[in-house]
Design a protein around this ligand. Structure first.
Ligand SMILES: C[S@@+](CC[C@H](N)C(=O)[O-])C[C@H]1O[C@@H](n2cnc3c(N)ncnc32)[C@H](O)[C@@H]1O
Length: 405
């Protein structure tokens, strides 16, 4: 088997998923769950149960907005008890002799530099940052990547290093094995194709994609100001039933993927792509809904979003933002236990999100008045936590209902 099959779930729903999997006997109890740095948790699954897993019904059992997907993980999942007895992961078994044949000693440091988890897009495995970083690996050159691909059951191999700061939020992904870098990813019945070396596929945003898919947008005109490869444009069209989506995007590589994806999902007739900087968009007074899916902040898009809302009836803005919470008070009295601190931490987070949302609502109300010359009422419908972006930084979405008074 290529690593350990796991269900990747968001941390807030991990216990629900675990209980649900346990009741169907699908959890591999000999292995530990693993917390990832992106706020997700890997739950090890028994390989024999993999084909019977129905992700859709699991999700609906846990929570309508929950997220889960199958990924493959490596050794650190092994329970401490068993780690000493079994001979390590398949990858370790393949790479140790290879390394030794190049005159290197296999060390604990090398073992820890093996990938802990990875994304699988068909026959391409995308390794994360923070593996194969030691100089010893370089000795083996292409032989290493062929061996890793064999170990992980892949034909092609790529590695992510970091998000570039070129304004396109492109991932820095390099192909290690294989030439073709286009991949296909299917989630919630939608096919997304994209070039892994040029466009970003944000797995952590799946909960928000599912939420969008659950909206009822029949008869609505939607503007997606930061369309990318169609992460939200497609659920708006395919599941939420929007009549038309205007998709704005300035990265030519993302536009190429977006066009393919609209066609592949049979909705290109209902979408107009606007190339270039959305701040220059000439449209106004057309939208029932505007999606502002850019983090760390979509503030640059607020004036254009306000111009886009229908003047007579108004509409809803979905505003994405990374909100930073205050650091917990480390001098708290020793009488305050962990559980109490966790509860007060959550409450503090919610208060910070609410304060940010109140401020955003006030500023949008002013923008709408200045742009249209009449007064507007804004209402915070909902604040959704999408994911933990970094320690104390949460990606949240504000659903703001805006109506002319
Ligand atoms: C992070 S992606 C968002 C994709 C999707 N909303 C998500 O959350 O996964 C942001 C996209 O917005 C595009 N973008 C950023 N600023 C833009 C602007 N001013 N005009 C048009 N597109 C822009 C980027 O090229 C990128 O494809």
């Amino acid at each position: 088997m290529d690593g350990v099959p796991c269900l990747r779930v968001s941390q807030c729903h991990a216990q629900h998923f675990r209980r649900s999997l346990e009741s169907s006997g699908a959890v591999d109890l000999t292995l530990c769950l693993l917390k990832e740095t992106d706020g997700t948790v890997l739950l090890p699954i028994l390989p024999s149960c993999l084909s019977q897993l129905d992700l859709q019904s699991l999700r609906s059992k846990v929570a309508a907005d929950s997220y889960c997907e199958i990924v493959w993980s490596q050794t650190p999942l092994q329970s401490k008890k068993r780690r000493g007895k079994t001979g390590g992961s398949k990858l370790e078994k393949i790479l140790q002799p290879l390394m030794e044949s190049h005159g290197e000693t296999w060390t604990e440091e090398l073992r820890r530099d093996l990938p802990r988890s990875f994304q699988r897009h068909g026959d391409l495995v995308l390794l994360g940052d923070g593996c194969f970083s030691l100089p010893q690996w370089r000795k083996m050159e292409q032989q290493l990547w062929s061996a890793v691909a064999t170990g992980l059951g892949a034909e092609r191999l790529a590695k992510m290093s970091r998000i570039s700061k070129d304004g396109f939020r492109s991932p820095v992904v390099t192909m290690l094995l294989g030439e073709r870098s286009w991949v296909k990813h299917v989630d919630n019945g939608i096919t997304y194709e994209f070039d892994v070396t040029k466009c970003m596929f944000s797995i952590g945003n799946i909960t928000e994609k599912l939420r969008v898919a659950g909206f009822d947008c029949r008869g609505e005109t939607v503007v997606d100001l930061y369309a990318g490869i169609g992460y939200f444009t497609l659920p708006f069209l395919v599941h939420a039933g929007a009549s038309h989506v205007h998709a704005c995007e300035w990265n030519p590589d993302a536009i190429e993927a977006l066009q393919k994806n609209l066609e592949a999902n049979g909705v290109s007739e209902c979408c107009t792509i606007h190339r270039g900087d959305n701040r220059q968009l000439q449209l106004c007074d057309i939208a029932d809904r505007v999606n502002l899916g850019l983090i760390p902040s979509s503030e640059d898009g607020w004036p254009v979003a306000c111009r886009l809302l229908k003047r007579k009836t108004g509409g809803i803005l979905h505003i994405h933002q990374n909100v930073t919470s205050p650091l917990p008070n480390t001098t708290a009295s020793p009488a305050v236990n962990d559980a109490t601190q966790r509860v007060s931490g959550k409450k503090a987070n919610r208060e910070v999100w609410q304060a940010w949302a109140d401020d955003a609502a006030n500023r949008i109300t002013c923008l709408l008045r200045d742009i249209t010359g009449v007064s507007w009422t804004t209402n915070i419908q909902h604040i959704e936590r999408v994911k933990s972006y970094a320690p104390h930084v949460h990606h949240v979405v504000l659903d703001l209902d805006c109506r002319p008074s």
